[in-house]
Ligand binder design. Structure first.
Ligand code: ATP
Length: 346
């Protein structure tokens, strides 16, 4: 069943953490709440979980209004950033705990907990205490514990942010596999755009308690509507422009051709990988003569920083394959990009 967040407002004194926010989380999807610190991600997750009470609005699961249902009766699994396992209980007892509260028989509890531990590849760690396990293992136990009672919704609050990069990368894939295997509707809070891009079916970008844009990772990357989204998801060049009478965009002394209209916007976005350097180009392509300011080598990739001759004070970053010989600082070079690569941003 879809989860519907309807017109939720939540204030803390003078702070409006969520402002009349509405959203559908499709059944079986993994939806990420993404945004900078303080934008309201955790508050929204906690309102869905029932751990916070909204000032107004409703949380609907299918046709059922859960707004007044206590968290313990919502049948949602919740995993927090801090693993929050019971320190005095072994891994398997931690997983069994929620089942005990729900009245499962001893035999069923044991069987289900074993199944869940195997699912997170920790079947051989069943009798360890949390302190005897790594952070990644503890978080996998927390996930097993959340899934054990067959929740209708899985809520993950920055579940990977306390882990080191390699463990994080592994667990991303593991969570996604489990989510798809069970088809469980999942909401995950993260401030890590890569995590959201890699894992989510749907990304909800939040800003100051409101939704800035909702879409798939590809949508948001290829068609950001605002500078905020463009800048938050992936790297982008922001070009200040003004409209020309013939529907183009004036960028310094140059006129750029666009596929759409500026419609009053004054900024264009251009992804670094959409720019090519040198060559003869294609008809209709934008071409700007630039001076190379420098190159940043990152192994598989390199970023070349350019100063466009047409727009003093501006810069453009180009992303190139790390194996290709980059132009040297001070060289003159033509930067080319098709009109469809220019994104009109609000
Ligand atoms: N218990 C609280 N009391 C007062 N203000 C709160 C409380 N919880 C959250 N806020 C405020 O509400 C706003 C949203 O906070 P929230 O924790 O939801 O943001 P977030 O996007 O999850 O941030 P972070 O990524 O830093 O966790 C912030 O301005 C925060 O200071």
């Amino acid at each position: 069943m879809d989860l519907d967040v309807r017109n939720i407002t939540k204030t803390y004194g003078p702070v409006t953490a969520l402002n009349d926010l509405s959203l559908t989380i499709p059944a079986g999807s993994l939806t990420c709440f993404l945004g900078p610190s303080g934008c309201g991600k955790t508050t929204l997750l906690r309102v869905i979980a029932g751990l916070e009470t909204a000032d107004s609005g409703h949380i609907m699961l299918g046709s059922e209004d859960l707004s007044d249902t206590p968290p313990s009766e919502r049948n949602f699994g919740v995993v927090f950033q801090s693993y929050s396992l019971f320190p005095n209980l072994t891994a398997i007892r931690n997983v069994q705990y929620g089942l005990e509260c729900r009245g499962w028989s001893r035999a069923r509890r044991r069987e289900r907990a074993r199944e869940m531990l195997d699912l997170v590849h920790l079947g051989d760690q069943a009798d360890k205490l949390p302190e005897q396990m790594s952070g990644g293992q503890q978080q996998r136990i927390a996930i097993a514990r959340a899934l054990a009672p067959e929740p209708s919704l899985l809520l993950l609050d920055e579940p990977l942010s306390a882990l080191d990069a390699k463990v994080r990368a592994g667990l991303r894939g593991e969570i996604r596999n489990i989510q798809q295997q069970f088809g469980i509707t999942t909401v995950m809070v993260t401030h890590d755009q890569n995590e959201a891009l890699e894992m989510a079916d749907q990304i909800v970008v939040l800003r100051d308690g409101e939704i800035e844009q909702v879409g798939t990772a590809r949508d948001l990357y290829a068609h950001p509507k605002t500078q905020f989204v463009a800048d938050f998801i992936g790297a982008i060049n922001l070009l200040p422009v003004s409209a020309t009478p013939d529907g183009g965009a004036r960028y310094g002394e140059a006129t750029l051709s666009l596929t759409g209209a500026l419609d009053g916007a004054t900024t264009l976005g251009l992804r670094p990988e959409a720019i090519t350097l040198g060559g003869s180009g294609e008809p209709g392509e934008n071409a700007l003569t630039c001076t190379v300011a420098g190159t940043r080598f990152m192994g598989n990739l390199q970023h070349v920083d350019l100063r466009p001759d047409c727009a003093p004070g501006q810069s453009l970053t180009v992303e190139m394959n790390g194996l290709v010989q980059a132009p040297g600082a001070g060289e003159k070079i033509v930067a080319r990009f098709p009109s469809r690569a220019l994104q009109v941003l609000r």
